[in-house]
Design a protein around this ligand. Structure first.
Ligand code: AMP
Length: 452
């Protein structure tokens, strides 16, 4: 099948020709008629399968020219980088169509974006938070939205955007087509579908958890972080093989630590993105990696999921992800659009369980390679790897000593006071050696009478 067999318009075909795309990918083939039918659609597809054009081609096919101010198509994605990327993809497809597109995301000046949307647009690509802010401040009217695409919905829910998503659904017109794409199916995704979608059509190109077949997977058993660094430094010497290498790290702190360690060996060849870096820094890093100025990019999972960077030669998993789905997403960065890719996973003994889960999910074993001889086994341990120091024997220590915690301090004298009740009563009691109240007078009189 070629794109000419789909019911596409000439401007779209011409744009695809310019891009050099002739045959639709499986998800594009499947999505086309389903999205065209106007029904709600749920697609399970990993990034790299061509899903962006899967939903954009039929949407653009149906979108008629209009002069109206308010957008008719809304695309929600989890990260700012994805906004930039999706806008870029749509712009390539609309070279010969008169369509106004605008990307909006948080972390940048809202007024500039208010100005941009006020100029009138057809398609808005947005992150949930900024979209909601713009809608609530009435800078962006969502009353004309006919189609909404929620891309990478599993990432969005992971990032805690459920509440914002529901708020956005509340202000959208009831009559609309809902389209959703997710790489994995989870209970949370299913819940959103049942709350929002009406009898959706499901399309799927790969069972969630199935690795893309054109990725070669290898693994190394490595004792600790700094030996992992040594192994990476060794592998990355081969500049021809490792010409565009994406290194995944689970945590920002470890990503920074790795960057510091590798930068010494490979200055000017390495860049990093994670959510503590500024927007400009992140965009610059991606650009430098994309255009080949830097051949190594260190990224955390959330930042890199959904990123479309062409021709990644290897994905290296510095750590073995705890959630097997994350591994699937990571390796999906290589072997994109039918190009061969390589994935390498480094596993310590502590992470062995995670590797077992990944292999179970894929129903296959990852080929293990021996550590090259010249890779030095480091004795240096990170603070997290260092064993907790335990006091072995101390005869003076009582087992159940109630020790004060680290933040314990003696109270100041004025704070040691306790409430003893009214001062007047206490003084009277001291004077008469017993409590006395206002009613005592009559009480005492009665008792005196009786005594008589
Ligand atoms: P996506 O899964 O949407 O992130 O797309 C992955 C990559 O595949 C993007 O760089 C697209 O430009 C590219 N692509 C999309 N459709 C096709 C196609 N039919 N043939 C070749 N490459 C494609």
């Amino acid at each position: 099948m070629t794109f000419r067999d789909l019911n596409l318009s000439t401007p779209l075909i011409n744009a695809l020709d310019d891009l050099g795309f002739e045959t639709p990918t499986p998800i594009q083939e499947q999505a086309f008629s389903v999205v065209m039918s106007g029904k709600d659609v749920v697609g399970i597809a990993q990034t790299g399968t061509g899903k962006t054009y899967g939903y954009m081609l039929p949407i653009l096919r149906m979108l008629k020219y209009s002069v109206q101010q308010n957008p008719r198509v809304l695309i929600i994605v989890p990260t700012r980088e994805l906004v930039v990327q999706v806008v870029d993809e749509i712009e390539k497809l609309t070279t010969y169509i008169n369509i106004r597109i605008c990307g909006v995301y948080g972390g940048t000046n809202i007024n500039t974006q208010k100005q941009a949307v006020s100029e009138g647009l057809d398609i808005v690509v947005a992150t949930p938070g900024r979209l909601y802010d713009l809608a609530v401040s009435r800078a962006l009217q969502l009353k004309s939205i006919q189609k909404i695409v929620i891309d990478e919905v599993d990432v969005m829910l992971d990032l805690g955007f459920r509440h914002q998503l529901m708020n956005i659904f509340d202000i959208l017109p009831r009559q609309r087509q809902n389209i959703m794409f997710s790489a994995t199916m989870t209970d949370h995704v299913d819940q959103i579908i049942s709350e929002i979608f009406t009898t959706p059509q499901r399309i799927s190109v790969a069972k969630s958890g199935t690795p893309l077949e054109n990725i070669k997977q290898f693994g190394y058993k490595v004792p600790n972080f700094y030996t992992k660094v040594n192994l990476l430094a060794y592998l990355l010497q081969d500049k021809d093989t490792y010409h565009k290498t994406l290194i995944f790290v689970g945590y920002k702190k470890i990503a920074d630590r790795l960057f510091d360690a590798l930068e010494k060996t490979y200055p000017d060849e390495i860049c990093i993105i994670h959510s503590n870096k500024t927007q400009n820094y992140r965009l610059r890093s991606i650009e430098q990696f994309r255009n080949g100025n830097n051949r190594i990019l260190i990224a955390t999972d959330v930042m890199a999921r959904g990123l479309d960077i062409d021709n990644v030669s290897q994905v290296i998993n510095l750590d073995t992800p705890e959630y097997p789905e994350n591994y699937m997403h990571r390796i999906g960065r290589t072997g994109r659009a039918e190009k061969e890719g390589v994935s390498i996973v480094l596993t310590t003994e502590k992470e062995q369980n995670y590797l077992d889960c990944i292999e179970d999910l894929m129903e296959m074993e990852i080929e293990k390679l021996p550590l090259p001889n010249s890779v030095e086994i480091s004795q240096l341990l990170t603070p997290e790897e260092q064993p907790k120091i335990k006091e072995i024997y101390n005869p003076h220590k009582r087992p159940n000593d109630d020790e004060a915690g680290a933040s314990f301090h003696e109270k100041k004298e004025k704070n040691k006071k306790v409430n003893l009740g009214g001062k007047y009563k206490r003084e009277i009691k001291k004077k008469y050696k017993k409590p006395k109240t206002k009613g005592d007078k009559t009480y005492n009189l009665k008792h005196k009478k009786k005594k008589k």
